[in-house]
Design a protein around this ligand. Structure first.
Ligand code: SF4
Length: 955
């Protein structure tokens, strides 16, 4: 089947699936390449909305699309409804950029963030036409690779992956692609030879080259050292200087709302804190910070390039970013002018200063979130969360004083050595925060305590711990809920069975490959989604495969014997070297059990309230303690502490610069920021921030514009469109008027919603702008920044007091293809042949029009609604020349009908046919009754098909 056929085949199924825009690509900034030699599929085993939010894939997408001849395309997991449709029609899983089947790529790379997406990985391989197991693949199949945090303990998927990439992908991934292409092109190597060569690249783990045997110490399979000494053992992680790889500012702009629908930028990788439960803290060590100037540039470019009105800074512990305050201060000023909101993820309670909170509050969008992780000081010391209750209360106090009234706090239950007092401590802390808000700030405060179920993760100091029994966890959850009711705080707990399975798989061995495949064959999909998770099926899979879950949850022995010189027991993931020594983790484990803390490394330390406390450059104390020796725990990474000190000094001078700058700007408002070099918007020659605000202008002008929604864009919902168009205005630097109030909204009024899947040839919007807009310039600017399929065709200025769109439009005209598969099928049922004769069409239409009423039942979310289709149909007629059915319906504030319902009433379509028909329908005109035109730019009666030039000669 050719590419064009896949698009047509998808058109037949897309109207019948949830959120079809997930599968059609064509987003702004999506990369389309020609003359491609090497195709790389970047796969994310979850839905589009989650995959599109992942920052790592954005970096790789940019990086791998850079070289000539390489094309990186995106593929996400099909939701179960889509998987079923693809299988029914025999359509393979396709990439979003070129609709290429997964098995036609050279390399298929998965980003694995969560163990409960493994069944989706199998779905993607299977629907993509790739054999599930590495052993079943040949050189004609793509090379299946995987990276991401879960691959540091990848034995449960070892049978399915050809090459596991350990470490930062910026260097390893391109190196792997180059080497693989070279080896494959040489043409005289076997697949085994190719895999052996790839295993020699630093950071590559090729599971097929390693065997596994049962450990006498815990009974699980551990990976054996290969006899071939050219195969690495252990496989060492690769670490890169992230500043060599700028974060992209031109990633594809999602078509539908995603989990993080904003310009997000990774400001640092790694974390200075040594939380003993945290895998990310180990596998991303040491901390590496991006240059603050580059961060500002990337964010402002990202806003200009994507048209976003929201942005966020992310890292494992954003408050630890040494230049956070200067960065937030500069960004805050720029973003406020651009009406762009701003959030900061993963704030540590001790890192929230008053001035930081004030800056975030200026342009905030989100609630205030901190992660104390545990409810008592003893428990926080066990896990090495270096914050105190005072830190939490001080941060919340700052938040309340800056206007927040909702505080969310993250905790864990089931931690090692936990007692009932520690669990009660969570609710107690929530109560104290609520009291603080009510008593000190006189606020109606909402406090939410979210408690997850601790999973002992590989490569952490707590990797040896038992995962607490599920019944005992449920009891703790009940206790927390009860205390939450008493203290009037919201308590949220995680689904216990999901976390239990996550624990089993994350500490799993190679034996779990067969269990995962079995669970998938039993129908497990999207296991991270509560509505899909089926614990019973998973337990059945374990039972069928004869694998017990108990051994994966129990405590592991640390040493092979009681002797102090005894070696550490090998665990199923110890053939992967994170560069952090196993001995370091063992030492931290023992310190943890004794509730002894280890302050963050690479920072000067001062004893405060009897506790060694790390002092960051943002602290007023910094200058006094800066000369003290920096801490290093000899974790294995061998950081250069001279460089660390230089870095801290630079960060400190930036803090000082900002303080000075703040003083200077207070006196001289016009001074230019030393940090920010604003990028000019392409085309307009100026940024939206350069323009005066609407308040500085005269009255806003009102405009009406006609646009077309064609091709794949027809699968955007009305809601998606209300997100896409304001972004396009921002990209085009066409300034919009904004409503007043706390959350100013762009002043755009949309015409009547167009159903998902229908083409709209002459859709309407009204908008207000402070600018005097000329049609040719408006069309040029807008059309240069719209994704394929969206296009503005005309603009007119409305007179003051002109009636709104809602009052102007009350009719819609549609054209339906009479050779649509659904109508032909109905005709076969009625007269046993096709095509229908024109007289019969007329007869059926006349029969429908002659009735007073035709009631159809609509079902939506378990509700049935009866609608009179005839009452809302003004006209229906056949155009014999073009073989079209032309329908005119009423649009009224009380409701209306869908054109597919009129066709269903005339031709007695089944509900399935009615569902898939919309992709053959076009809305050609919106107008006012009595054939009065909506405006001079709207098409006249008998409107155009695709020729925009016919719209009264305006376009
Ligand atoms: S080498 Fe020392 S300073 Fe570097 S991450 Fe490890 S413990 Fe911290």
């Amino acid at each position: 089947m050719k590419q064009i056929d896949y698009r047509a085949a998808m058109d037949a199924i897309l109207p019948s699936v949830e959120k079809p825009a997930r599968y059609v690509g064509g987003e702004w900034n999506a990369v389309q390449k020609e003359n491609v030699h090497t195709r790389i599929a970047l796969c994310f085993p979850d839905v589009y909305e989650i995959g599109m939010s992942h920052l790592g894939l954005k970096i790789l997408y940019k990086l791998l699309n850079k070289p000539d001849g390489w094309a990186a395309e995106r593929v996400y997991a099909p939701w179960p409804d889509m998987e079923a449709r693809l299988r029914e029609r025999g359509i393979p899983l396709l990439s979003l950029e070129s609709f290429t089947p997964l098995n036609e790529f050279d390399i298929v790379g998965f980003s694995l963030q969560y163990e409960l997406t493994y069944t989706n990985l199998l779905t993607m391989l299977d629907v993509g036409g790739i054999p599930l197991r590495s052993a079943e693949r040949t050189l004609r199949d793509p090379l299946v690779i995987a990276g991401g945090p879960t691959v540091y303990s990848s034995e449960p998927i070892a049978d399915f992956i050809d090459v596991v990439v350990i470490g930062d992908g910026e260097e390893t991934f391109p190196e792997l692609v180059s080497r693989y292409t070279e080896l494959k092109d040489s043409g005289d190597l076997s697949r085994d030879d190719v895999l052996r060569q790839l295993a020699k690249i630093e950071g590559m783990y090729v599971p097929a080259l390693y065997t596994a045997s049962k450990s006498p110490h815990h009974g699980l399979l551990v990976v054996d050292e290969p006899e071939d000494k050219t195969i690495p053992f252990p496989v060492r992680r690769r670490v890169v200087d992230i500043n060599k790889y700028p974060f992209p500012s031109d990633s594809p702009v999602p078509a539908i709302e995603t989990v993080h629908d904003r310009v997000s930028i990774e400001i640092a990788r790694g974390c200075v804190d040594g939380c003993r439960f945290c895998q990310a803290g180990t596998i991303y060590r040491p901390v590496r910070e991006r240059d603050p100037k580059e961060i500002v540039k990337t964010i402002l470019n990202g806003i200009e390039s994507g048209g976003y009105d929201e942005t966020s800074l992310t890292s494992l512990s954003t408050a630890d970013y040494t230049c956070l305050e200067p960065l937030v201060k500069h960004l805050g000023e720029e973003l406020e002018r651009r009406k762009v909101s701003f959030s900061v993820s993963s704030l540590r309670a001790s890192g929230v200063t008053e001035s930081l909170a004030r800056e975030i509050a200026r342009v905030r969008k989100t609630g205030f979130t901190i992660a104390p992780e545990a409810g008592t000081q003893r428990m926080r010391d066990v896990i090495n969360k270096n914050i105190t209750e005072n830190d939490v209360m001080r941060s919340c106090s700052v938040a309340f004083s800056e206007g927040w009234s909702a505080i969310k706090m993250y905790f864990m239950i089931g931690l090692p050595t936990e007692t009932e007092e520690d669990v009660r401590g969570i609710a107690e802390l929530g109560r104290k925060v609520r009291e603080l808000g009510r008593r000190e700030f006189n606020k109606a405060v909402k406090v939410t305590c979210s408690a997850s179920y601790f999973v002992p993760k590989p490569h952490t100091p707590f990797q040896w711990c038992e995962q607490e029994d599920i019944e005992s966890i449920k009891q703790k959850q009940r206790l927390l809920r009860e205390l939450g009711r008493q203290y009037r705080i919201d308590v949220k707990v995680h689904h216990a069975e999901t976390s239990l399975l996550e624990g089993v798989i994350s500490r799993g061995d190679r034996n779990l490959c067969k269990v995962i495949e079995r669970a998938w064959r039993l129908g497990c999909r999207f296991d991270g989604w509560t509505e899909h998770f089926d614990f019973d099926k998973w337990m059945e899979a374990f039972r069928i495969e004869g694998v017990e879950i108990g051994p994966y949850l129990k405590e592991f022995p640390v040493k092979e014997s009681a002797s102090t010189s005894s070696p550490l027991v090998q665990l199923p993931w110890d053939h992967i070297d994170t560069l952090v020594k196993r001995e370091f983790n063992a030492r931290e484990y023992i310190k943890g059990i004794k509730a002894r803390i280890s302050p963050p490394c690479e920072l000067p330390v001062k004893v405060i309230d009897g506790r060694p406390t790390a002092i960051a450059p943002s602290s007023d104390e910094f200058e006094r303690v800066a000369s003290q020796p920096l801490l290093c725990y000899n974790c294995g990474l061998e950081c250069d502490l001279t460089l660390s000190r230089e870095h801290l000094e630079k960060a400190y001078s930036m803090h000082v610069e900002v303080r000075t700058y703040a003083e200077r700007t207070a006196a001289l408002k016009q001074e230019t920021s030393p940090l920010i070099q604003i990028q000019k918007a392409s085309g307009s020659g100026k940024t939206s921030a350069d323009k005066p605000t609407s308040q500085e202008r005269n009255a806003l002008r009102k405009y009406r514009a006609v646009f077309a929604k064609l091709d794949q864009v027809k699968y955007l919902s009305h809601l998606d469109l209300t997100r896409a168009l304001p972004r396009a205005f921002r990209r085009a630097a066409v300034e919009l008027g904004y409503s007043q109030g706390f959350h100013p909204m762009p002043l755009i009024q949309y015409g009547p919603a167009l159903g998902v899947g229908l083409i709209g040839e002459n859709e309407l919007i009204d908008f207000e702008s402070p600018d005097e807009l000329a049609e040719p310039d408006f069309l040029k600017r807008m059309n240069s920044v719209l994704p394929p399929g969206l296009r503005f065709n005309a603009l007119e200025k409305l007179t003051a007091g002109a009636p709104s769109l809602i009052k102007t439009v009350n009719r819609a005209e549609y054209i339906v293809q009479l050779d649509a598969e659904e109508i032909l099928a109905a005709s076969r049922r009625m007269i046993g042949s096709e095509p229908l004769f024109s007289s019969l069409h007329k007869h059926l239409i006349d029969a429908f029009l002659s009735t007073d009423s035709f009631i159809l039942e609509r079902s939506h979310r378990n509700k049935v609604q009866r609608v009179d289709v005839r009452r809302y149909t003004i006209r229906a007629e056949v155009d014999e020349t073009s073989n079209h059915l032309r329908i005119v319906t009423v649009i009224s504030p009380n409701g209306g009908i869908k054109p597919a319902e009129v066709v269903a009433a005339i031709y007695q379509l089944t509900s399935q046919e009615m569902t898939t028909l919309p992709s053959r329908i076009r809305r050609v005109r919106l107008f006012f009754d009595a054939e009065q035109s909506v405006s001079s730019i709207a098409p006249a009666a008998g409107g155009s098909s695709n020729a925009y030039g016919q719209i009264n000669g305006v376009a």
